[in-house]
Design a protein around this ligand. Structure first.
Ligand SMILES: [Zn+2]
Length: 279
């Protein structure tokens, strides 16, 4: 009796899994998050309908508020007013150029804050929540243009919705718990959206392809904002040097390879006319 039931049960289980896979696959759509710009970034992206832009942005907003609250409690949030003003001024000039890639970005609730820790790191959560760590600025002794290069790179990840793209992949592969049973979307599926947003921003590494896109859009944003785009080359050289003394966390997700430096240099040249037009 038991021997007859087992295969049947296994078959049902297999059908359920297959059905789940069909539902997840059907819920995917290819989209273009940004205009291609002078740098020509035009890869079509696959997004799961289960992870909406609204959901991931809401999660990011919550996660960002938590990060800021923790930093405030430790007394490391925006400690140096001059440094905070510098980072915000550069960021605002870059943000002002984002409509070139996606017009809706000017309506985003952008936020820019500096966290006073030694770690070499910077990120932009989905929806435009930026954090720059003082370790990045001070240990690499970044010029304004180099700072614009790193912030422009992070803004580009947000414009391209790379975080949502990675979350989509994780959901489609069933890596996010609670989603298979609730094909209505992560927002209703008992998934911690803030945790998901934090995870895709600070832990799940970008793919090499996403990194290339962020580099290229980043140099265009910098050039359009009036910052020398060639500073992206010296930025990655400085990263490379910093890596020799034990790789910082940022470099594990942003390898400063020679290929990267060559690509950034080529695209910086390509957008030089935009920079000259601003001077
Ligand atoms: Zn990156």
């Amino acid at each position: 009796m038991a021997r007859q039931q087992l295969p049947a049960a296994a078959l049902v289980a297999r059908r359920v899994v297959a059905l789940g896979a069909v539902i997840l696959a059907a819920a995917c759509a290819t989209v273009e998050t940004t205009e291609s710009g002078v740098v020509g970034v035009d890869r079509r992206q696959t997004m799961s309908a289960l992870v909406s832009e609204e959901d991931i942005n809401r999660g990011a907003q919550e996660a960002y508020a938590q990060v800021l609250a923790e930093a405030r409690a430790k007394g490391v949030l925006n400690r140096d007013p001059a440094q905070t003003a510098r980072v915000r001024t550069i960021s605002q000039r870059l943000i002002a150029q984002t409509p070139v890639f996606r017009p809706d970005a000017q309506k985003w609730a952008w936020e820019v804050n500096v966290i006073d820790v030694k770690e070499i790191n910077a990120w932009c959560m989905p929806g435009g929540k930026i954090a720059v760590y003082t370790g990045m600025i001070e240990r690499l002794q970044l010029t304004d243009s180099e700072l614009a290069a790193v912030i422009g790179h992070e803004i580009a990840h947000a414009l391209r919705e790379h975080g949502r793209e990675r979350a989509s992949r994780a959901v489609t592969q069933g890596l996010v718990l609670g989603v298979l049973g609730a094909a209505t979307g992560v927002g209703q599926g008992g998934v911690d959206l803030a945790q998901l947003a934090l995870e895709v921003t600070t832990n799940l590494p970008n793919s090499r392809g996403q990194e290339v896109e962020a580099d290229r859009i980043g140099v265009e944003l910098a050039a359009r904002a009036g910052y020398d785009p060639r500073a992206a080359v010296t930025l990655w050289q400085k990263m490379d040097q910093a890596a020799s003394g034990g790789p910082p966390a940022f470099l594990s997700t942003h390898p400063a390879s020679e290929a990267r430096q060559r690509d950034v240099a080529a695209y910086a040249e390509k957008v030089m006319p935009l920079y000259h037009a601003r001077r």
